[in-house]
Write a protein that binds this ligand. Structure first.
Ligand code: GDP
Ligand code: CA
Length: 317
């Protein structure tokens, strides 16, 4: 599967449960690393950590990010120093992850090797791969009131400004020279089906698809089935609508499907799961050459997510 952070994590829990019930081989999750950043000397991988923590069962389900029962002593001290970003909280346990990761990167391990090592701590029940080993942080270009363009790191735009600054474009500098992380192309080629999680199409799935070689790998996959992150014409949570508007895509299940495109005409998808609320959009999806499947798409708990995965697997077969 291809996945971003919190939506990706909920879906990954469903994949693990659905495959577990089948006694099937484990899933490989190709995770967005466009959200990654350097802060106070450590490397953060928010989407990688969201999925890792969720699979390990140590995530903070209430806040929706970070570790459960975390404290913020180090964060308070960093703020006294005027270090880091005052609007970006780093929990103490979370900082332990970032320190371990940064240390191993400094020792010369690749991001793939670091994630492999970190995955060994818990019995995750899925194999996690970064989309690429290259640093390709997402940069958001916004236009100021005086008309001048300004570049912000994705996290500054998302977390500090809550996506309130109108984006002109999203870019991942360095991605043209990147390649899929070792194992990604092989995992896609070996997969019975590739699932596209109901993650943000622009800033979570977008960077994954922008890695050179990724689209070719997906074009050769057995089957690709996506799940709409848009229900009833609205984002379930987050600010994907702002991202979609910026790239000229309407916030609707059919428009996102058309944006991904049909694999039969050079796009991404063979089938697309849309919510019952969007059942009227099914003919539009089919007309685009993508088989529509109407299903309940609320990931309210692991069973609900697993039922979505069951529907996606049925569509693939
Ligand atoms: P992020 O990296 O933490 O922003 O998370 P993702 O990119 O993986 O997922 C964000 C997307 O998940 C948002 O666009 C939401 O619309 C979508 N999403 C969140 N919860 C649900 C849900 O219960 N069902 C569906 N279909 N989509 C959801
Ligand atoms: Ca994210």
């Amino acid at each position: 599967m291809l996945a971003g952070g919190v939506g990706g994590a909920k879906f990954t829990l469903g994949v693990r449960a659905a495959l577990g019930r089948r006694g099937a081989p484990e899933a490989t999750v190709v995770v967005n690393t466009g959200d990654d950043l350097w802060l106070s000397g450590v490397r953060l991988q928010p989407d990688v950590d969201s999925i890792t923590y969720a699979l390990a069962g140590v995530n903070d389900t209430h806040r929706g990010w970070g570790r459960a029962d975390d404290t913020e002593r180090v964060n308070a001290e960093l703020q006294e120093w005027g270090a880091g970003w005052p609007w970006f909280t780093l929990g103490d346990l979370d900082l332990g992850t970032h320190l371990a990761r940064t240390g191993w990167l400094r020792d010369g391990l690749t991001p793939t090797q670091v994630l492999e090592r970190m995955s060994r701590r818990w019995n995750l029940g899925a194999r996690l791969l970064p989309m690429t080993d290259a640093e390709a942080d997402t940069i958001v270009t916004v236009r100021d009131a005086d008309g001048a363009e300004r570049d912000l790191h994705f996290q500054e735009w998302w977390t500090r400004h809550r996506a309130a600054l109108t984006p002109v474009r999203f870019d991942n500098p360095g991605i043209a020279a990147a390649s899929p992380a070792p194992g990604v192309v092989e995992a896609i080629a070996a997969a019975d089906v590739v699932l596209v999680a109901p993650s943000n199409p622009v800033v979570s799935i977008g960077p994954i698809l922008a890695v050179p070689g990724m689209r070719e790998a997906l074009a050769a996959a057995s089957a690709v089935v996506g799940v709409s992150p848009i229900i009833g014409g609205r984002v379930v949570r987050g600010m994907a609508d702002v991202c979609l508007t910026a790239i000229g895509v309407e916030t609707s299940a059919a428009a996102v499907a058309a944006h991904y495109g049909a694999r039969s005409s050079g796009g991404l998808l063979d089938a697309w799961l849309i919510a019952e609320e969007d059942a009227a959009a099914a003919p539009d999806v089919d007309a685009a050459g993508i088989r529509s499947v109407v299903a309940p798409l609320w990931m309210t708990d692991v069973d609900a997510s697993a039922a979505i995965v069951d529907a996606a697997l049925a569509a693939a077969s």
